[in-house]
Each structure stands twice: as structure tokens, then as C-alpha cells.
Design a protein around this ligand. Structure first.
Ligand SMILES: [Zn+2]
Length: 716
């Protein structure tokens, strides 16, 4: 790239050494960030979960036996491979199914004639119609936001299609783009091609002798092609598309350079450009690189906005055919900034959780160490579901988990019971989302059918609620744009600690620092927030002074969003100390405690924060709970979801034990004059529950269950 005035180091110093910024500058940068965010508006309410199967098989079209198998336990959403008229990466080819890497060689990539494409469209239309008829609500095939396949010198793959463009005019591709495919690709700061995947030798192994390239989402040629691919898929009756590599955009091409200039000029006037970035005039604006301080933050923000517009345009291309068309990008895992900013108008977002010490499937992983000694670990996906709820709920979570990666361990595989746990977890903690089940209907069909039946016949357990929590965890995805990668780890550790000790919590994002005296938010935790705007810090100070309780977990805020040092009473206490600030209290923790967080918080609040227990003491840590309160008119004022994570993983695992003797404990005022009932997919009938009240706490004894139960509270 061209360097900023004074070079990168000088810009960084200038940004971080300014003595003071006007309030107007701070307001501008922060306000623009929040304006781009949909947020959990007052009209956001929860939706029922869905069931979800991913099937990348290649033998769907022309295989009625596959339709019969799928119809045995049809999911709400069926996600297929490249079962499309024209693939995004190669164009119209012989192979069907698979994702980017599959079927990338030999006869598989033979280009189809226009007559063959017409035949394929007819076949796909019939196939999708059949799936709908036989109970699948939504069917979505696979595309990718950036992959181009072929060879830019030998002109194979997408180049070959480009050279025969007019042969396919019957399919509404429009005129051949002026730019050659080679000019659709992402470029690095030095002008070289950007590649996201490792090579061995001089070809991409799955495509050899061809290459895999990354196209730019701001390139008009690529846009024209990808939106045509999407429109063709919609014309087959599909309800949306899965968009892989949903956020792989790191481009410095001429289109990105021009658009970044517009982007930054819309956010700063010329005085601010000079003060913040050392840029004397707009023509000097260039995309930043790592180490460029605030300029790189703005560059990352620009790429996120590029992805946001790209996803919206893909959806729009489908909506031209089917107004209900949906878009389902991959790229949520480990990237909360994508969920909040890039995918804020997407319908679903995939969290591809491949790697974990004990695989990533939900449930009990037991690994033998030596002899009879074994380690027990309880895997969950609570973070992902709660994240999308906090982001305003427009993108709904769909979670992919594995039994290890790349090697799969049979003792970590899903079975009937853990598949049920996975779907119940999506129902309990998410809104409108789901858990990925593989198309092995003989193993998972009964759980799919049971869960879908329960979700659809008990939609009132899931529709029209908002989170009910005692603790609000400040989870600010934009910390990452400022270089704070520790925040996410601290949030995840805190999530686990609160779940283990049955403390109900929610996440709040940047724009939702609680107002002073807010009733429902009784305790706020600020975990690892190294950067706060001065407004956010002031809002937190006001909240505490008005009587709020705040827990600050290291690393503590050290600078504002312009890099200026922050000072505050809130940051004064030493590790483990509680300090009074105004009418409120602040507890400082150097780290998330491995155990005992509930007692710390209970002490601070002067009442127990644990929602579950037994007659003898705390409930076991493998039991986890989430709660929702009614927001729009409907049955049930409160709903508590309780799950048993001691559901063993593994192909030969035994069923989970019946969980008995558990008690739900809530503030008596929530239960005053109320009736409670328990529901579970494991039992046909609801059970009326007894409510006992002592010392301001109401206790409800839970009937036995194996994996999942829901307790409703209705005002009489
Ligand atoms: Zn570009």
C-alpha cells in the first residue's frame, strides 16, 4: 500500500499521543459505529428453534431413495452442497454436492452444455418441490462468497466459462462482465493475489492442476457473477443459500481503495482526518495494515461493512425471485464482530466449531487417562446462542460441532441422546436457531422427529420472550478491532463459570451499557474490556453511583477508543476488593475464579444468585439453566429451560441418568400467586408443580428428566 503521511509508526504515535480530542470527534467515531448496528431493539423477541440437517452428499438429484430417507425425519432446514445450476467457483459443471474442495478434478469439473444446464434446472426444481412436499420447510444449497477455481493462464474453470459467456445467455447472466476473471481477485497491499488457503506445490491440492483464488466482494465482475449464481439457485425453488467463507475479505484492490476513501470521508471531516490519521487530504487515504493503529481499526471496520453489503446483495439477488429468500453465511465462530456488524442483516449464521480438546459436540466427554482414572468435561455451545440473542437476534445461530478434527474419536461422537441435547440446547439458549445434525437418519431420525414435534407443538415456550437474567455481562465484539483479543477469552471463561454455578446471565453489547437504576439489571460484569469510549465509561460510572453493582475483571480499561489513557474510580479497587462508589459497589477480579463466583456475586448483592439447587446444597455443575420473560402478549410470564450436560458422548455410550431432586429457586416476588408447570419432550403430558415460599425465595421441585425440561410460570 501507499503509506500514510509520516509513515505508519508516525501515524500510530500521532493517534496515541494527542493530548486531547474534542468531544465531537469522539462522538463521531463512536456514534457512527453504533449507527451501523441493528441492536436488540425494543421490538425484538425470541422465536422458536428449528431442526437442521447438513447433507453435502452428491447423490441427491435423480436418487428417489435419498428423498425417501430424508422424508423419514424431515428437518426444518436442509442444507445441501453444490446442488445448483451453476457453481460459484467453476461455473456449470458435471458434479453435484460437496463444498468448495469436493469434486474439483477430472470429469467432475467438465463444463455442462447449455442444454445440460436447462435439464439440470428442471431436475432441481422437481427435487426441491418434492422436499417441500415431504416436510422440509427450507432447503438451501452451498455457495461461497469468494472462491474462484481454475487457472488464470490456461484459462480453465471460471475463465473457461467467461470465454463462453454468451453461450449461456438463456440463463439470464446478462452481458459478459468487462473485467476478466483475473481482475475479479482480491489483491494484497503489494498488488499480489490474496490467498486464504495453504498450497503444496504449484496447485491447490483439491483442484490440481488448477488453483483456488479469492475474489473481491467489491469487484463488479465477481458481484455480477455471484448474484447470477444466487438468482439461478432461487429460480430452482430454494429458500436461501449457505454462503461459505462469509467474511474472507482482506483486499487492497483499486475498488476497495476507492470505496475505503468514501467510507472514511463519511466518518471524518478533513480536520479529523488530519488529527486522527495524519492525512492532509482525502487523496492520501489508503487502507491500513496491522500496526497502523486507528487506521487499521477503520480498515477492519470497512471490510466488515463490505461483507455486510455483499451478504445483503446476495440476499437481494435471491429475493428478486423469491421475496422470502434467506442468506446463511459461515463465519461466526470466534468472530463476534462478524455476528454484530457483518451479518447483522443475515438470517442465519454458522458457527463452525471444529477444534476442541474433547471435540466440540455437546455433552459429557469422558477420556480415560490411565486405568480407571478418567477426565470428565462438559461441552456446550451456550456462548454462540447467547451471542446472537445479544446481537439483536436477526442472525440466528446454527452450530456445527465435531467429534475431533481432523481425526474423529468414536468416544466423542454424537448419539441419539447427545443429538437431542444439542437441539434442546439451541432451544434453551438461542432464538430461532438450531444445531447441526448429519443425515444419518437411522441414528438421528428419532431425535430429529421428537425435537421438531416438540418445538412446533410448544411454540409458546419459545415465542415472544426476552432474556431474564440477574447478571449482565458486557460483551463488546468491537474490542477486537482495537487489538484486544483477550476480551473474548475472558467472556468465555466467565460464561463457563456462571453456567457451572447456575447464575442466569445475558450479554450486552457496546450500545447497551445499562442505565442508572435499571431494575432488571442487578449486576454488571465488565470482563477484559481494555478499551472504552469516554461515554461508555461515564455511563458505567453513573450506573454504579446510582446504586448499581459492577464487577471488573482484568485486563481493565486502560485507554479510550482514541488511545488516550482512562482514569476512573471504578478501576481503583485491588484484586478481590469491593469498593463503594456513590451508592453502588465495585468488585475487582484479576481473573475469573475457577469456582466460587456465585458466592462472590451473592455476597455483593446480599442474596443468592443461584437459580438451581437440591435439598442438600448446590445443584451439580452439569445441570445448566437459562430463563426468558414474556415480552409480547401470550401465555407464560417466565420460562426456565434446564438441561443435563452429563449426557454421555460416544457411539457406545449409555443413556443419561434420570436427574432427580433438583429445585428451581427464584425470587418470591416473581412467583407471587403464580402457578408453575413442567414440560419435556420425554413425557407427553405437562406436570403441575408445587411452589413453596420461604424467606423471600420461591422453590419449585422439578420432576425427574433425562436431558431437557422447561418450567413455565403463569400469573394466576
Ligand atoms: Zn478489493
Amino acid at each position: 500500500m501507499g503509506t500514510t503521511v509520516g509513515g505508519r509508526g508516525a501515524t500510530l504515535m500521532r493517534v496515541f499521543s494527542l493530548v486531547s480530542f474534542t468531544r465531537a470527534v469522539v462522538t463521531l467515531v463512536v456514534a457512527t459505529a453504533s449507527a451501523a448496528w441493528a441492536g436488540a431493539g425494543e421490538d425484538w423477541v425470541s422465536e422458536p428453534p428449528i431442526t437442521y440437517v447438513l447433507d453435502y452428499g452428491s447423490k441427491h438429484l435423480g436418487h428417489p431413495e435419498w428423498l425417501d430417507e430424508t422424508a423419514e425425519a424431515p428437518p426444518t432446514l436442509l442444507h445441501l452442497g453444490k446442488d445448483v445450476p451453476m457453481t460459484h467457483n467453476w461455473g456449470p459443471i458435471e458434479a453435484l454436492g460437496g463444498e468448495n474442495q469436493a469434486y474439483g478434478k477430472g470429469d467432475y469439473i467438465r463444463r455442462l452444455s447449455p442444454q445440460e444446464v436447462a435439464g439440470r434446472i428442471g431436475g432441481l426444481k422437481a427435487m426441491v418441490a418434492q422436499l417441500h412436499q415431504r416436510g422440509v420447510t427450507m432447503v438451501m444449497p452451498y455457495i461461497c462468497s469468494m472462491t474462484v477455481a481454475g487457472h488464470h493462464q490456461t484459462r480453465t474453470g471460471l475463465w473457461e466459462l467467461y470465454d463462453h459467456w454468451s453461450d449461456y445467455s438463456a440463463f439470464g447472466l446478462g452481458p459478459q462482465p468487462e473485467l476478466d476473471v483475473t481482475d475479479w481477485l482480491q489483491r494484497g497491499p503489494d498488488g499480489g493475489m490474496v490467498r486464504f488457503y495453504r498450497y503444496s506445490g504449484d496447485a491447490y491440492p483439491a483442484y490440481a492442476p488448477n488453483h483456488r483464488y479469492a475474489a473481491c466482494a467489491n469487484n463488479p465482475g465477481w458481484q455480477h457473477w455471484l448474484y447470477s449464481v444466487t438468482r439461478l439457485a432461487a429460480s430452482c425453488g430454494y429458500d436461501g443459500v449457505f454462503v461459505d467463507n462469509g467474511s474472507s475479505q482482506r483486499c487492497y484492490c483499486r475498488f476497495c481503495r476507492a470505496q475505503f476513501r468514501q467510507f472514511l470521508m463519511a466518518r471524518c471531516n478533513s480536520t479529523q482526518l488530519d488529527r486522527l490519521f495524519g492525512l492532509r487530504q482525502p487523496a492520501e487515504i489508503t487502507l491500513g495494515q496491522k500496526g497502523d493503529g486507528l487506521l487499521y481499526t477503520e480498515t477492519l471496520r470497512f471490510w466488515l461493512e463490505t461483507v455486510h453489503k455483499h451478504q445483503a446483495a446476495i440476499a437481494q439477488a435471491g429475493k428478486a425471485v423469491n421475496p422470502q429468500f434467506r442468506v446463511f453465511p459461515n463465519g461466526g465462530h470466534g468472530r463476534p464482530e462478524n455476528v454484530k456488524l457483518a451479518f447483522r442483516d443475515s438470517d442465519y449464521v454458522m458457527f463452525e466449531k471444529s477444534v476442541g480438546d474433547y471435540g466440540t459436540h455437546p455433552g459429557l466427554a469422558r477420556l480415560k487417562i490411565v486405568g480407571d482414572v478418567a477426565v470428565s468435561k462438559y461441552n456446550d455451545n451456550v456462548y454462540e446462542y447467547k451471542l446472537t440473542v445479544a446481537a439483536g437476534g436477526k442472525p440466528r445461530s446454527l452450530v456445527l460441532t465435531r467429534a475431533g478434527y481432523p481425526r474423529r474419536d468414536p468416544d466423542l461422537e454424537l448419539n441419539h441422546w447427545t443429538a437431542y441435547l444439542g437441539m434442546a440446547e439451541a432451544a434453551a439458549f438461542g432464538s430461532g436457531g438450531g444445531f447441526l445434525i448429519r443425515p444419518q437418519y437411522s441414528t438421528f431420525g428419532p431425535a430429529l422427529t421428537m425435537c421438531r414435534g416438540f418445538f412446533e407443538s410448544h411454540a409458546d415456550l419459545y415465542s415472544g420472550y426476552r432474556p431474564q437474567a440477574l447478571v449482565s455481562v458486557l460483551h463488546f465484539p468491537e474490542q477486537k478491532l482495537y487489538g484486544n483479543t483477550e476480551h473474548l477469552s475472558v467472556v468465555k471463561r466467565l460464561t463457563r463459570a456462571l453456567l457451572d454455578e447456575h447464575v442466569l446471565f445475558e450479554y450486552l453489547m457496546e450500545e447497551e451499557v445499562p442505565a442508572p437504576g435499571s431494575e432488571s439489571r442487578r449486576l454488571v460484569v465488565a470482563p477484559g474490556l481494555e478499551y472504552l469510549s469516554r461515554q461508555q465509561l461515564r455511563a458505567l460510572e453513573d450506573y454504579v453511583r446510582a446504586g448499581g453493582n459492577l464487577v471488573v475483571v482484568d485486563p481493565t480499561p486502560r485507554a479510550d477508543l482514541m488511545g488516550q489513557a482512562l482514569r476512573s474510580d471504578l478501576l481503583e479497587p485491588a484484586d478481590g476488593q469491593v469498593a463503594g462508589v456513590g451508592d453502588g459497589k465495585v468488585l475487582r477480579l484479576a481473573r475469573v475464579p475457577l469456582a466460587g463466583i456465585a458466592s462472590r456475586l451473592s455476597q455483593m448483592l446480599g442474596r443468592s444468585v443461584r437459580t438451581l439447587g437440591t435439598a442438600d446444597g448446590p445443584a451439580p455443575r452439569w445441570i445448566r439453566a437459562n430463563a426468558w420473560r414474556r415480552h409480547t402478549p401470550g401465555p407464560h410470564a417466565l420460562v426456565y429451560h434446564i438441561l443435563n450436560y452429563a449426557t454421555p458422548l460416544g457411539v457406545t455410550a449409555t443413556p443419561p441418568e434420570l436427574q432427580q431432586g433438583l429445585e428451581l429457586r427464584v425470587s418470591a416476588e416473581l412467583m407471587d400467586g403464580a402457578s408453575a408447570q413442567a414440560f419435556t419432550p420425554e413425557r407427553a403430558q405437562a406436570v403441575q408443580l408445587q411452589v413453596a415460599t420461604t424467606d423471600g425465595m420461591a422453590t419449585v421441585k422439578l420432576p425427574p428428566f433425562r436431558v431437557y425440561t422447561v418450567v413455565t410460570v403463569d400469573s394466576i
